[in-house]
Design a protein around this ligand. Structure first.
Ligand code: PGA
Length: 249
């Protein structure tokens, strides 16, 4: 199993100066930290500055989305080679906010993750059910379809070069975190699904992060669960002190 990953998703926040301040404080606070891998995903406009600021440290930088074509007449988009060129190692794909507000589907998420890997980036593929889907008892159908829809057809090697993030939509930005038991149940289900797409060894090597209202108080209980291999953190990643507490947990 790879090292746990703690990823900060800064979403549409922070101008360049604020982004540099935040990542510089993280850099200082994480000196010598080898147990976990730490990633920050700034807005596109701050990626270059943040990548400069972490040079020589272990902090990785990632994008929050990408387009699947490398270049061309696609106004407003950003491609995998462009993110790699700025120093990104990771990219988030299929975040529920992209699915909800910007039309991402399992099919486009699949294209994006393949484009990311082709550019040498590791995709973090987000899946998760909405509250009404959980209440209707179709959580497994929804998450299963998202996993198969985006990851189906990948080789074992390709599966090993990605991370999955389980982010129940009802827990994102709401303060309503999934209980460790709820998270473990879905993470185990996702791993089972990965096993179906590959084999036991491959499924065990894929990191599955939990995301949705993670904070310094609830992270430890989540991380104690066997199939939770890190966290994708939104709101609590915007303050160095809280994000550092989460990583040190
Ligand atoms: P949150 O966001 O931690 O603010 O709930 C998580 C996410 O959207 O990745």
């Amino acid at each position: 199993m790879r090292r746990p990953l703690f990823a900060g998703n800064w979403k549409l926040n922070l101008l360049k100066a604020g982004a540099i301040d935040l990542v510089s404080a993280l850099r200082k606070g994480l000196e010598g930290e080898k147990r976990a891998e730490v990633l920050v995903c700034p807005t596109f406009t701050a990626i270059g500055a943040v990548a400069e600021a972490v040079k020589g440290s272990e902090i990785a930088v990632g994008g929050q989305d990408l387009y699947w074509q490398d270049s061309g007449a696609f106004t407003g988009e950003v491609s995998g080679p462009m993110l790699a060129d700025l120093g990104c190692r990771y990219v988030i794909v299929g975040h529920s906010e992209r699915r909800q507000f910007f039309g991402d589907t399992d099919e486009t998420v699949g294209k994006k993750l393949r484009a990311a890997q082709k550019s040498g980036l590791e995709p973090i593929v987000c899946v998760g059910e909405r509250l009404d889907e959980r209440e209707r008892g179709v959580m497994r159908e929804v998450v299963g379809r998202q996993v198969d829809g985006a990851l189906g057809g990948l080789t074992k090697d390709e599966l090993k070069r990605l991370t999955v993030a389980y982010e129940p939509v009802w827990a994102i930005g709401t303060g309503k975190v999934a209980s460790p038991e709820q998270a473990q149940e879905v993470h185990a289900f996702i791993r089972e699904r990965l096993r179906g797409l590959s084999d036991e060894t491959t499924a065990r090597e894929v990191r599955i992060l939990y995301g949705g209202s993670v904070n310094p108080e609830n992270v430890r209980g989540l991380m104690e669960k066997p199939d939770v291999n890190g966290a994708l953190v939104g709101g609590a990643s915007l303050k160095a002190e809280t994000f550092l507490k989460i990583v040190r947990s």
